[in-house]
Structure formats: structure tokens, C-alpha cells
Design a protein around this ligand. Structure first.
Ligand code: CAA
Length: 388
């Protein structure tokens, strides 16, 4: 499918604002955030102040209606400076999409303006200890009790956990149904019984918390059932991931570009055999390949985002989102690996920022659907297309 990529002024303005914030507060804080596993609140406030959380949200709910492409442009700039902060930003979109795509008008009016203003941070609670790639195999339950639901169980890998004020939580409401087992709920921080049980100690993206959440008889009003009807949760989760994956791809493009930029500068400074190593053809090949792959990933990412902006949810856009996420994150891992290689022994040391790019890149191939799952999604679309 051919997709015209149109960069509206609004999206370009948001990109420029993100680049400035990345230079002013994200990159300077990246090493500290990584070393101390500390969320960069100063950067988050700058992002909120500049209106960047409004990017993907329609005007009717306090947003700028600048689409998934603008979300991607912002995520790319932030991730170029610090992958951990890039995902911290983009997870607000992931967590808000169930409300935006599946919520009732009242739910959108109630929650989205606060998310748009950056007053309310969001997290997405889908994965569990025994339900990661198999997202329909959840065991967290939600049982109706009068005007409330009571949620019990444990969630795993919740990015932004602790920092977020609101969590979109997927739970089983009808264990007997195959296609309508799952519903999604809005759970507020501080609801009795809802706790952060463990903050994970991670290899990379250490500046953003990833946590285990526990639900012990957590009572939420029925008005927090997303969409107002049971059984819509799995579809909302899948639609959410389709919308969010271009944002992950964009984080990967930013990470690739950030690693390439460092490697390129280093290769032009580091002298071996009497010349900068950028004069050696084997290094030139590495840099050329890194640049080529990054640009290919960028174009695919922008096309996937622009497709959703133009046509909304569709099988073609689901396929494109999976392709962009998979391709761009594989590229990020390759580029980060080669960037370390360009730095040689220094690349292996934490004294230089390049090692962090390498550690941060790996998760891009895993979260929001492993790249094995992306290939399953892509191939299922191909099979369907062949049989149409
Ligand atoms: N849009 C809308 N509906 C969809 C859909 C889509 N993209 N994909 C599937 N569905 C619907 C199907 O039409 C089907 O509906 P019916 O029952 O009405 O026919 C239903 O959902 C079930 O579909 P499948 O049979 O295809 O489901 P499946 O069990 O085979 O799973 C899967 C499909 C693609 C493998 C899915 O489980 C999946 O995406 N897994 C990966 C989950 C994932 O990405 N998790 C990451 C969590 S977020 C994270 O990483 C943490 C973080 O905070 C960053």
C-alpha cells in the first residue's frame, strides 16, 4: 500500500519543540537517570509545558489533533537523546489509546484533557507473569459487585508504573467466553488495594520505571469500564497496540540516529594508523550501513504513522505498524551494536554514552509485542490478503 507522508506545520512545530527539550533537558539528564534509575521529571514537565502530550489527542479533548505522525516525530527526538525518556513519553499514548479508541464520550471528556495537559500520566497494564505474547491468556479478574467492579491479580512489565496517575487495566470479566473474555478498566493511583509491588532492575531504559502491580480487591466504579460494555477489552488492546507501534518504531529510529551520530563524530576524531578511523573503508562501510538502515526505518515508520492518521484502524495499517516496529527495532539493535564496534574498547566502557544506547536498544525488540509476534501479525495479514 502506498502512503503519502504529509508533514503538517503543527507536527513540524512539535518536532522542533521536542528537539529543543531533548537538547536542553533530556540529553543532559540521561546519564544521571540511567545511573540512578531516576525518572526525569524536569524533562516531563518541559514536555507537558510545551504541549507535547497534546500531540495525538483530538482537539475536542484538549489535544492538538496532530496525529500519530507527530507522536512519532516527538518520540524520535526524545529517544535520540535518551531511549528511557522516549518510552516514558510514548507510554502515555499507549495508556491513553484504550480510552481514546474505545472509551465512551463521558470517559474521553473526563480523562483525555488531563492527559493532554500532562497533568495526568498514564500506564498500560496488559501483560502478566504467564500472559505476555499470549495477550488473551490473562488471569487478572474483574467481578461486578453492584455499581462497582472488584479487580484481583497481578500485572507485569508496567512501564511508567508509580509515575502514572491512571492505569488502563485489562482483566477477565467472563472466563467462559472465548472472544469476549476481557474488559478494560481505568484504575487511579491510590485506589485501595492497588500497589506497586516491585520496581524492576533493568538492563536498559533505566530512566523509566517498569513495575509489577498488584490488585487486591481493588474496587473501581462501573463507570470506569472502558466503553461501558464488557467483552471489548481484547479488541481495544489490539487496536491500541496497532496505534502505539509506530511510536515504538519512532523510538527505535531515534535510538539508531543517536547512536549513529555519536559513532560518526567519534570516527572523525579517533586517529589510528595516522588518520581518523572514518578514513578506513571498513569503518566507512559500517557508518554507511548504519545511516542507510536508519533512514529506511524512518521512512517505514513515518508511512505507518501517516497511514493511521489518514485512514484510522484497518488491517493494512495494523500490518504497517507491525512492520515498522519490527524493522526499526531490529535496525536499532544492529546500529547500536555497530556503534559500539566503531568505538572499539571505549565503546564497551560506561565512560562513553554509547554503551547505554546498546543496553537501551534491546528492549525495543521485545516490548509492545516481541518481533516474533510482529512477524506473526504481518504473516497473518499476508495470508488473509492472499485469500481475499
Ligand atoms: N484490531 C482489532 N481486532 C483485532 C486485532 C486488531 N489488530 N487483532 C486481533 N483482533 C481480534 C480478532 O479479530 C479476533 O476477534 P473475534 O474473536 O471477534 O474474531 C480477536 O481479536 C482474537 O484475535 P486472534 O485470534 O488473532 O488473537 P490471538 O490470541 O491469536 O493473538 C496476537 C493475536 C497478535 C498474537 C496478540 O496476542 C498480540 O498482539 N500479542 C502481543 C501482545 C503485546 O504486544 N503485548 C505488549 C504489551 S505492552 C508492553 O510491552 C509494556 C509496556 O508498557 C511498554
Amino acid at each position: 500500500m502506498q502512503q503519502n507522508i504529509v508533514f503538517h506545520d503543527k507536527a513540524l512545530e512539535l518536532q522542533a519543540l521536542a528537539r529543543k527539550i531533548a537538547d536542553d533537558v533530556v540529553r543532559p539528564g540521561a546519564a544521571h537517570a540511567d545511573r540512578h534509575s531516576e525518572y526525569n521529571m524536569k524533562a516531563a514537565k518541559a514536555v507537558a509545558g510545551a504541549g507535547l502530550f497534546r500531540a495525538w489527542i483530538p482537539e475536542a479533548y484538549g489535544g492538538l489533533d496532530a496525529g500519530i505522525l507527530s507522536l512519532a516525530l516527538v518520540a524520535e527526538e526524545l529517544a535520540k537523546a535518551d531511549s528511557g525518556f522516549g518510552v516514558a513519553y510514548a507510554v502515555n499514548a499507549l495508556g491513553s489509546f484504550p480510552i481514546l479508541l474505545g472509551g465512551t464520550e463521558e470517559q474521553k471528556q473526563k480523562w483525555m484533557p488531563k492527559i493532554a495537559a500532562g497533568e495526568t500520566f498514564v500506564a498500560f497494564c496488559l501483560s502478566e507473569k504467564f500472559a505476555g505474547s499470549d495477550a488473551s491468556g490473562l488471569s487478572v479478574s474483574a467481578v461486578r459487585d453492584g455499581d462497582d467492579y472488584i479487580i484481583n491479580g497481578e500485572k507485569k512489565w508496567t512501564t511508567n508504573g508509580g509515575v502514572a496517575d491512571v492505569y488502563t487495566v485489562f482483566a477477565v470479566t467472563d472466563s467462559t467466553s472465548k472472544s469476549r473474555r476481557i474488559s478494560a478498566f481505568i484504575v487511579e493511583k491510590g485506589t485501595p488495594g492497588f500497589t506497586i509491588a516491585k520496581v524492576e532492575n533493568k538492563m536498559g531504559i533505566r530512566g523509566v520505571p517498569v513495575v509489577e502491580t498488584h490488585f487486591d480487591n481493588v474496587r473501581v466504579p462501573a463507570e470506569n469500564l472502558i466503553g461501558g460494555r464488557e467483552g471489548l477489552g481484547f479488541k481495544h488492546a489490539m487496536m491500541t497496540l496497532d496505534h502505539a507501534r509506530p511510536g515504538v518504531a519512532a523510538q527505535a529510529v531515534g535510538a539508531s540516529q543517536g547512536a549513529l551520530d555519536l559513532a560518526n563524530v567519534y570516527a572523525n576524531r579517533r586517529v589510528q594508523f595516522g588518520v581518523p578511523i572514518s578514513q578506513h573503508q571498513m569503518v566507512q562501510k559500517m557508518l554507511a550501513d548504519m545511516s542507510m538502515k536508519t533512514e529506511a526505518a524512518r521512512q517505514l515508520t513515518y508511512a505507518a504513522a501517516a497511514g493511521i492518521d489518514a485512514n484510522g484502524p484497518s488491517p493494512a495499517n495494523s500490518k504497517m505498524a507491525a512492520m515498522a516496529k519490527c524493522f526499526a527495532s531490529d535496525v536499532a539493535m544492529e546500529v547500536a551494536t555497530d556503534a559500539v564496534q566503531v568505538f572499539g574498547g571505549y565503546g564497551f566502557m560506561e565512560d562513553y554514552p554509547i554503551a547505554k544506547f546498546f543496553r537501551d536498544a534491546k528492549i525495543l525488540q521485545i516490548y509492545e509485542g516481541t518481533n516474533q509476534i510482529q512477524r506473526i501479525v504481518i504473516s497473518r495479514h499476508l495470508i488473509r490478503e492472499a485469500n481475499e
